[in-house]
Design a binder for this molecule. Structure first.
Ligand code: ATP
Ligand code: MG
Length: 568
């Protein structure tokens, strides 16, 4: 390809709204342009990268026996009503009506369409296992579209769905996808890790996310520092060893004490001279099932994902001040479980270990001391609802947990029978008995993977594409395009490399060499070949983008040099 005929639209300025490096560089280097918030045009350079990611994904899905199909983006509401998600998906679902007033949505995911398809087409155990996948646009009206391709409202996903006759079959399908995902992200040149994940509104029970470690990641990942243990989880799901009960005392009688203006854990703790771990934090939430109170120790925070899973609710939000006053009879800061009637108490298991704890007294400027769970209040649920933090002890091996940021590039779920039961997708087993199909679903964010690759591979000058994703492997820069010897040698190099199968861009634009060098660094081709003063001797300079290593070679050594640079 000749740069003079190619769409190279690099920018000097960083777009003001671009907060993260991948967004800044993908716009500046001319890979993407914004059409609306969270909606992008992928420019020719960007499309070359996406096609490479898609090709890798497709190969790895096919290797595991996946069969590609193409499902509609526009989906009828009836299917979503059948699965029960029309009402629970909320404002993230793009909804529209046709001219007859019938409801549709733009697919944020495709469980409904595929389950309906399989319900109609698959009748017998002999037709399974089945791995069906699709690569296409997804639509989610994200509350905060941002970070360029990282969190779009329109984005490209690969989604595969597995259909098995039993749990053992699902386990095999799940392991196949686990392996396929590891291969995909390795081949994309990414540093990643599979971590245990919450299964969220998609449903099911077992799930892993594939996380690319990067500061720009929106997810927090917790992992054990003991490499032999290998425990790693999204913080939404993470567990840690239960802390020991701080006090070894006899329960004392409940007592109300005056705590004027002391609302926060820190204030109450220092005012009463009691360690935060002996306080009981009581937080009120509003859900569609009513108001609930969540209780954790004062040195802990609440994991709202765990809380929501315990409650089985779709909506969960902090109760507002007016609600708190109405429910507790006290202003914010004095809530406690003692005598809190008509409110479900979800209590973290560590709280139940406390002896002579401290809580709000549901009265202005007052707390209770010597609160003993079980005696002074009775929990409705006792379970783990704590948020895990760095430095805590691994529940499995006693190692120390470390926290880091991750970009979720893929997620795999065991769905079980959630959709097949709701939508009536059954089959006849070997005994002629009718059973629900056992399903799994597996997504890769194709466009997000492109952004993640940039987050992990860049420097102050621009992008440094892993060879497997680079839009072109090599750029050739003739220093002086008007110099006939240089122009002729550049042309010869270009032909040679193209013939050898390298994707090559000849930068024959009428620009100063400085502009071309800057663009080459910004765009991030892994190898740059400069044809300059040594052209009369038949020599060119080959530069490795990542390390800056530069070697001067003749044409006889050119191919091997380029190959060695592409491999490192
Ligand atoms: P997130 O928690 O980041 O919102 P999700 O868990 O809702 O993502 P899934 O339903 O698991 O996403 O979708 C599969 C994959 O699609 C994700 O792992 C991610 O790579 C990608 N993805 C999801 N939402 C977006 C988005 N708004 N923009 C770009 N890619 C996305
Ligand atoms: Mg996910």
């Amino acid at each position: 390809m000749r740069a003079s005929e190619y769409m190279i639209v690099t920018l000097r300025e960083t777009p003001a709204e671009a907060e993260v490096v991948s967004h800044q560089l993908l716009v500046r280097a001319g890979f993407i342009r914004k059409a609306a918030a969270g909606i992008y045009t992928i420019l020719p350079l960007g499309q070359r990268v996406l096609k490479k990611i898609i090709a890798i994904v497709r190969e790895e899905m096919d290797r595991q026996g996946g069969q590609e199909l193409l499902m509609p983006i526009m989906q009828p509401a009836e299917l979503w009503m059948k699965s029960g998600r029309w009402d629970v998906y909320g404002p993230e679902l793009f909804r529209l009506k046709d001219r007859h007033g019938r409801d549709f949505c733009l697919g944020p995911t495709h469980e409904e369409i595929i389950t309906e398809l399989v319900r109609n087409e698959v009748r017998s155990y002999k037709q399974m296992p089945l791995l069906l996948y699709h690569i296409g646009n997804k639509y989610r009206d994200e509350i905060r579209p941002r970070f360029g391709l990282m969190r779009g409202r329109e984005f490209i996903m690969k989604d595969l769905y597995s259909f098995d006759i039993d749990e053992a079959g699902l386990e095999i399908s799940y392991q196949k996808m686990h392996e396929a995902y590891s291969r995909v992200f390795s081949r994309c040149g990414l540093e990643f890790r599979p971590v245990e994940a919450d299964s969220g509104p998609i449903g099911g029970n077992v799930s892993h996310e594939f996380m690319v470690f990067a500061d720009a990641g929106e997810a927090t990942v917790v992992y054990c520092d003991n490499p032999e243990c290998g425990y790693a989880a999204n913080v939404e799901k993470a567990i840690s060893k239960r802390k020991d009960n701080p006090a070894d005392e006899q329960p004392q009688p409940l007592e109300e004490v005056s705590t004027p203006g002391m609302r926060t854990i820190e204030e109450v703790s220092s005012f009463l001279g009691v360690a935060p771990e002996r306080l009981i934090k009581t937080v009120l939430y509003r859900t569609e099932k009513g108001i609930v109170a969540a209780l954790v120790r004062g040195d802990r925070d609440i994991n709202e994902v765990k809380l929501q899973n315990v409650l089985g609710t779709v909506h969960l939000e902090l109760a507002d001040e007016a609600t708190i006053e109405q429910v507790t009879g006290a202003p914010v800061g004095f809530a406690g479980p003692v005598g809190l009637d008509g409110v479900d108490l979800v209590v973290d298991e560590e709280v139940t270990d406390l002896v002579n704890g401290v809580t709000g007294a549901n009265r202005k400027d007052a707390h209770y001391i010597n609160v003993n769970p079980g005696r002074d209040f009775v929990p409705d649920h006792v379970t783990d609802i704590r948020l895990v933090g760095a430095g805590e002890t691994c529940a499995y091996c006693g190692g120390t947990l470390v926290a880091t940021r991750g970009i979720e590039v893929g997620q795999i779920f065991k769905l079980g029978t959630k959709y097949s039961k709701a939508m009536g997708a059954t089959f006849l087993d070997a005994n002629g008995e009718e059973k629900p199909i056992i399903m799994g679903c597996y997504g890769i964010g194709i466009t997000r993977t492109m952004a993640a690759a940039v987050e992990q591979n860049h420097d102050d000058y621009g992008i440094i594409w892993p060879a497997s994703l680079a839009p072109f492997h090599v750029v050739i820069v003739p220093v002086n395009i008007k110099d006939k010897t240089q122009a002729a040698l550049a042309e010869q190099v270009y032909r040679l490399l193209e013939n050898k199968g390298f994707e090559t861009l000849l930068d024959d634009r009428r620009e100063r060499p400085g502009v071309k060098f800057n663009d080459a660094d910004l765009i991030g081709y892994p190898v740059r070949i400069t044809v300059g003063k040594k052209a009369p001797e038949g020599l060119v300079e080959v530069r490795h983008r990542r390390t800056g290593e530069t070697i001067t070679v003749g044409l006889d050594e050119l191919v091997s040099t380029v190959n060695s640079f592409l491999e490192k």
